[in-house]
Design a protein. Structure first.
Length: 186
């Protein structure tokens, strides 16, 4: 329960921290005003596409392997943000890669988050266990966007915040993989 709970709370923090800053982040990475607004607006559509991809994963991969694969999309999206400023001419393309990975990953993540407790902890107590995470998730939802904003600086922009989100996403992925392994042993 603790591992799945850690995964859920950390992923909540990541998925709410970035959208509040996305327009400014994309501007900071060189996107024009029109694109910096249009691209985040398209994330909802991309999330739906991600959920449709779940159909493929459900029918062609083991659910546990699919869940691990899906959870790598957000760290890969954040990695694209970290690498983008270094690659200069490719920065615009990496921003589009970021948005695609973020949207698809976030769309599929909602399904993984909704089933993780039942798959890896307890089907019978899923509702009460998810309910026990209500306060920690609400705190993460409230604090994450503010903390990302506090990490922004005029010189470095969102760089340190994105590195932190990347580290948190990898920690969440690690907690999820450990939860899967422990559930398989039980």
């Amino acid at each position: 329960f603790a591992l799945v709970g850690l995964f859920l709370v950390l992923m909540m923090a990541i998925t709410v921290a970035l959208p509040a800053h996305m327009v400014n982040l994309l501007r900071e990475h060189g996107m024009s005003e029109a694109w910096a607004i249009a691209v985040p607006a398209s994330i909802g559509v991309i999330q739906v596409a991600g959920r449709l991809l779940m159909y493929f994963f459900e029918h062609h991969l083991d659910v546990h392997r699919a869940n691990r694969l899906i959870l790598t999309l957000l760290p890969l999206a954040l990695l694209a943000l970290v690498v983008a400023p270094v690659l200069g001419a490719w920065q615009g393309w990496l921003m589009l890669v970021f948005v695609l990975l973020w949207g698809i990953g976030n769309g599929m993540l909602t399904i993984v988050k909704g089933t993780a407790m039942a798959l890896y902890v307890s089907r019978e107590h899923m509702a009460s266990l998810n309910g026990a995470l209500g306060v920690p998730q609400a705190l993460a939802r409230a604090a994450a966007p503010m903390l990302l904003g506090l990490l922004w600086t005029p010189v470095a922009g969102y760089t340190s915040g994105i590195w932190l989100l990347l580290a948190i996403s990898l920690l969440a992925l690690g907690a999820f993989i450990l939860a899967q392994r422990r559930a398989a042993l039980a």
